[in-house]
Design a protein around this ligand. Structure first.
Ligand SMILES: [Cu+2]
Length: 159
């Protein structure tokens, strides 16, 4: 294939990866019941993964002292004392990664008591990755085609 055609194909594919309206099929919203256990100084699970539009029900249980959970970007804040679970529900209406952190000063390492809420799919990230791959492969193929052209002694004409 001629280098110009390869280059044009590369650009087209990269643009497609960035701009095509995906996902063509989005998973139907579901409900998640998350049992979040808190103890000094960690949450279990540390990472909660849901999809955009899902309803999330969190039950926070503390195993030692009073802990809270505050979800960045969602404004959810609940506090659980040992033996007294707390609940909150919210709809994951924003995509991306959000920290959740303990909202009760519970000890020396309290500031490090954090977890992560992932509301996916994280399309911009995947799009950028695919576009990068397409550009990389396309560039290599284009350069390869050019070198082949050099070897044959043919002029480097684009049309
Ligand atoms: Cu805590």
């Amino acid at each position: 294939m001629r280098p110009a055609i390869l280059a044009a194909l590369t650009i087209l594919l990269a643009l497609a990866a960035l701009l095509l309206p995906l996902p063509l099929v989005e998973a139907a919203p579901t409900e998640h019941h998350i049992d979040l256990d808190a103890r000094m100084f960690a949450f279990a699970p540390e990472r909660v993964q849901v999809n955009w539009g899902d309803t999330v029900h969190i039950t926070l249980r503390s195993e030692d002292v009073a802990h809270g959970v505050y979800v960045d970007g969602y404004g959810v804040n609940i506090v659980a004392e040992p033996g007294k679970p707390a609940e909150a529900s919210f709809v994951a209406y924003q995509r991306g990664k959000f920290r959740f952190r303990c909202s009760v000063t519970c000890g020396a390492l309290h500031p490090f008591m954090i977890g992560e809420l992932v509301v996916g799919p994280n399309l911009p990230f995947w799009r950028a990755g695919v576009a990068l791959l397409v550009v990389a492969v396309g560039t290599m193929m284009t350069l390869g085609a050019r070198r082949e052209g050099d070897r044959k002694g043919t002029p480097l004409r684009d049309t």
